[in-house]
Write a protein that binds this ligand. Sequence first.
Ligand code: NAD
Length: 498
Amino acid sequence: METVTHFIAGEMISHSDHFIDVFNPATGKVTCSMEMGNAQTVTAAIVAAEEVLPEWKATPPLKRARIMFRFKELLEQNKETIAKLISEEHGKTLPDALGELQRGIENVEYACGAPELLKGEYSSNTGPGISAWSDSKPVGIVAGITPFNFPAMVPLWMYPLAIVCGNCFILKPSEKDPSSTLYIAKLLVEAGLPKGVLSVVNGGKEVVDALIEAPQVKAMSFVGSTPVAEYIYSQGTARGKRVQALGGAKNHAIVMPDAELEGAVSALMGAAFGSCGERCMAISVAVCVGDETAERLIERLIPQIQALRIGAYTQESSEMGPLISKEHFEKVTQYVGEGVSSGANLLVDGRRLNVEGYEEGYFIGGCLFDRVTTEMSIYQEEIFGPVLCIVRVNSLEEGIALINEHEYGNGTCIFTRDGEAAEMFCDEVEAGMVGVNVPLPVPVASHSFGGWKRSLFGDLHAYGPDGIRFYTRRKAISQRWPKRATHEAAQFAFPSQQ
Ligand code: NAD
């Protein structure tokens, strides 16, 4: 069986005999065996990074960017192989895997603009004979910890930008689907990245804790669930690190009475059930303004959910794959049970789904709940599965208040034809990413991604302009050259331009 170890200083290395199984969620069969790294592995990655950091910091941004241009080409040339690796371990369909890779490549394209992005600011004559400029310096060694649900895209949110900013990067991918992440990292070295600038250390909490403890690691980017985000944020910042930690979500879509309903239904289908609901931007709550809107929406949703084509990525017709693991399948099934026992109306029950030929896979059908209320666990918690909850409200104001009271504030959207309602929604809703008739408002690479409230710990969002700010330190320089003919007397008052 294939084994996955660690990629450090351009070599695959091994440190222990502690391996775990990685599964194909469609078949329930083991695809490979992955080595769990430890503190020793983290030290090896740090040593490799420290060795190359001075040279990498001194490399002009244009030369760093050129490597990203080649990396982009390699990603495109290998996209079918990468998509297959993603789907085999994650379970998502091939078009969905290609989609996440494409969004990742767009972050590489953004990083190709490093010479422009890192250009400083300059002012002459800021005082008598004084000029000033601000420069963006690398932070040093940065670590990234990523979730299972986007094994290609989320790492690509992080390291291309961190690396073009002159940093070295240690990536700890999800232990549930490590193969595509590793494959992609190797392509960057093939593109010409000096060895040691990027290392991949596989593993779990032990590796994360070693990264937190290491004083050489100056910044950490995390994407995953909220409890782990909060843990890494509090532990990392307590040790003086810069941390951005993106957490979980419960994304609401408001459906107004004047919405173009057929379009809204298609949008909700993709946003709630795409990738089996395992997206941090998935819509899991549809907030219908008025009972009539709810009835019209439900009438259209039910047949479409029942007709969802669910299967393995190898079956071309599949629109939705399995959940990531047996444990997660059990958790999602349990949530559906809790929804029923707490009094919500289960209109479509996907729990007893049988996918012929894939009886050992972690498949669950789409589920639709109506009359969901705010005290229910299916409303309060992130299910991370194909479960859409309908909540009924009487007005847009009530819908916005509902969203604002929820502990998460990642993404949200509104379906309406009314510009005034949309403006009010955009203005008042407390979420980091907002869509108007756009169900998954994931910002493009030139904008930054991040939620509010307990969906993000830290100040700066991921990638885009905030990514550049996160991976650099500002330095402001004031400069004056002595003039031969003049000599200033000492000044004891604070210098100003009075
Ligand atoms: P997770 O929190 O279980 O794992 C994320 C990473 O943290 C993995 O690399 C894992 O090995 C590590 N980890 C897990 N437990 C840890 C612990 N106790 N201490 C230290 N490290 C630990 O998340 P997941 O199940 O892989 O991903 C799903 C979650 O990620 C969902 O909550 C989803 O909303 C969230 N997510 C958020 C975003 C976002 O941008 N906000 C994007 C994608 C996913």
